[in-house]
Design a protein around this ligand. Structure first.
Ligand SMILES: O=C(O)C(=O)C[C@]1(C(=O)O)C=C[C@@H](O)C=C1
Length: 144
């Protein structure tokens, strides 16, 4: 069975509807910047839980299915980051050939704006968190 089949249509639709519903709300409000969800830090412990999931005799089925999907997404993210890095390194060589510096603040701002716009329409990741992730990605691209 494919991992993507692990969610029934109903479940997948409900997850999708939550995401799409958030987007519709943001668009209706007409101010995506202001209506992005505020970043709400969650304690590493997850709050008032007594023990972590793996201490249970058996990890609940619904958690296992989410984890399976996360594993699949992480593999895709890692592949995409490698592909992105290859392009970034190619640009670096071309810039070097042209005698240009590597860091381009304006281009990086454009990237933040573009991924921020994506966050505004999709969620549930808060804009500032997505930006923090991208700040790390761009730094690693420059330093790798
Ligand atoms: O687009 C460029 O000019 C790049 O060098 C690529 C890249 C990136 O990885 O996206 C890397 C460094 C720059 O500061 C801006 C962007």
């Amino acid at each position: 069975m494919q991992v993507t089949d692990a969610f029934t249509n109903g479940e997948a639709e409900r997850l999708g509807a939550r995401i799409a519903g958030g987007a519709a709300h943001a668009v209706a409000a007409g101010a995506p910047q202001a209506t992005r969800p505020a970043a709400a830090p969650v304690p590493a412990s997850g709050g008032d839980v007594a023990a972590d999931v793996d201490a249970l005799d058996e990890v609940p089925e619904d958690i296992r299915r989410h984890r399976a999907r996360i594993d699949e997404l992480d593999a895709q993210i890692a592949r995409l980051l490698n592909e992105r890095c290859a392009h970034s390194h190619a640009i670096r060589s071309l810039k070097r050939r042209e005698g240009l510096g590597l860091f381009d603040a304006r281009r990086e701002e454009q990237i933040y704006e573009r991924v921020g716009a994506e966050a505004g329409t999709e969620g549930p990741l808060a804009f500032e968190h997505l930006r923090a992730i991208y700040a790390t990605i761009l730094r690693v691209m420059r330093e790798s």
